[in-house]
Design a protein around this ligand. Sequence first.
Ligand SMILES: [Fe+2]
Ligand SMILES: [Fe+2]
Length: 263
Amino acid sequence: MSSVAQAVCAVLETAEPRAKVMLARRVARDWRLGRLAHAFDVAMPDRPARPVEPRLLAPRDMPKRGKGSAHGRIALIHALAHIEFSAIDLAFDMAGRFGARFPRDFVDDWLGVGADEAMHFALLDRRLRQLGSHYGAMPAHDGLWDAAAQTAHDPMARLAVVPMVLEARGLDVTPATVERFLAAGDSATAAILSRIFNDEIRHVRAGTKWFESACQAANLAPEAAWRDLVTRHFRGLIKPPFNDSARDSAGLSRDYYQPLARD
Ligand SMILES: [Fe+2]
Ligand SMILES: [Fe+2]
């Protein structure tokens, strides 16, 4: 039986988007069915493999998206597809890199998240194709792996920054994005984003749950420990407006983030 770490590594090392999606879903299923050993016998790569397209650009070099136009909406879907594509690797890396330090259901949670991210990406890529484009047709933001690289040494820092800052940020911005697609008459994209939104609440909740369990083991107050780790390992801003109700249903109360909020 191969190990879950080997299977996760294979996902990270698969570059081609559709192949990555298929393998991600297969590995999550194999794990659920007990076909992979709970063993961590290989190291995760420093960076996951990336397809030839999209071309990755520094954030400052990204072309501006025309906000109201159809092209602007396709560019926005492309940007969201890229985030979901990166999220596949972030979830699998979480399981493969840190799984040995947690109970078995840590792997259950993060491979489940990884399978969700693969589905999110597949839905958005299919939508791009319906609109005459595809993932890879436009340049994409380089730097989504930075948060992972910054926190590769420390599971608490990774949990604090990736699910509890970055994915929580998705909860803040997605409702307005759904409205924007509805206003443009694109209910198909709006429906995909609403589904993603509901799944992302679960992802943030998994992050908060495992962060709090690690804090309990280390005898730390979670809110203060989170603020300390975010201050040290996250370069961006924790900025309002917050979707307090969605964050709260993910277990992320204002006590965590309000003291760090900067306009
Ligand atoms: Fe997602
Ligand atoms: Fe997610």
